[in-house]
Design a protein around this ligand. Structure first.
Ligand SMILES: Nc1ncnc2c1ncn2[C@@H]1O[C@H](COP(=O)(O)OP(=O)(O)OP(=O)(O)O)[C@@H](O)[C@H]1O
Length: 237
């Protein structure tokens, strides 16, 4: 049996008295790619924030590479090689593209440094042209490329992307999907939230669909195909 990179077990997450995630469990194996889907407000972002400890679950466990990281602060989880590309991208208005990448660059926890500043610029030639531009001067697509580039230079083993292509023009979306595929090919596991089921089916090995903070579907791309109607119903308005 393959080894789990990320495993969450029976997570319950609340905002005050609002119970959002109910006994949520799933696992992502090493080298694999997983999609997390669901209609607006179903708990996708809350799941990602629970994994990272930004919103710590009230109960349950988060295991990363076999270690229970559930009590660690967010920055320590990220030092275990988890990178996060948040919804809204989190680009700093007053820093240039170059500064964003230089500030974030570091080897992985075991010294891996395959994704460095130069490789990111080779992957995103658009960023190369924009090195001295401030965050505010970038288009939405360029901001997303920078957010992904900034995550890559930390040499993660797991990259988490929230709303990976939301609000981007179709051609830029295609670029982002190609880059996520390349990231995955380079051996980094990915956990991707997006609405494009077709792109996710091609890119990811496993798929989890949430309804009201519970797992409605969890399966491979083949199983997703077999349950497509059911899953599409869970995703439609
Ligand atoms: N900071 C917060 N305080 C209180 N409730 C919140 C907070 N953040 C999110 N929620 C609520 O938690 C529920 C799940 O939200 P979440 O953002 O995880 O959903 P989502 O599936 O990511 O949806 P979207 O696609 O809209 O981002 C929603 O009902 C939302 O209103």
């Amino acid at each position: 049996m393959s080894e789990a990179l990320l495993e969450i077990k029976n997570i319950n997450t609340l905002y005050g008295h609002s119970h959002i995630l109910h006994d949520l469990s799933f696992r992502l194996d090493k080298g694999q790619s997983m999609s997390l889907m669901g209609r607006n407000g179903m708990g996708k972002t809350t799941t990602l924030k629970s994994i990272l400890g930004i919103v710590p679950p009230r109960s349950g466990h988060v295991y990363f590479d076999g270690e229970d990281v559930g009590r660690l602060p967010t920055w320590k989880r990220m030092r275990r090689d988890i990178a996060y590309v948040p919804e809204g991208r989190g680009i700093f208005h007053n820093l240039t593209v170059k500064e964003h990448l230089q500030m974030a660059a570091r080897p992985g926890s075991d010294g891996r440094g395959s994704w460095d500043y130069d490789r990111v610029l080779e992957t995103f030639p658009r960023l190369q042209e924009r090195l001295s531009n401030l965050g505010t001067e970038l288009s939405g697509g360029e901001q997303q490329m920078l957010a992904i580039g900034r995550a890559l230079v930390t040499n993660p083993r797991l990259m988490i992307l929230d709303e990976a292509t939301e609000g981007l023009a179709p051609l830029i979306r295609q670029d982002i999907w190609s880059v996520i595929a390349a990231i995955r090919e380079s051996g980094i596991s990915t956990l991707v939230v997006d609405k494009n089921i077709k792109a996710l089916k091609k890119l990811c090995d496993r798929h989890v669909v949430l309804i009201k903070g519970k797992v409605h579907f969890d399966g491979s791309s083949e199983e997703l195909d077999l349950n497509l109607e059911n899953v599409e119903r869970a995703l439609s308005l």
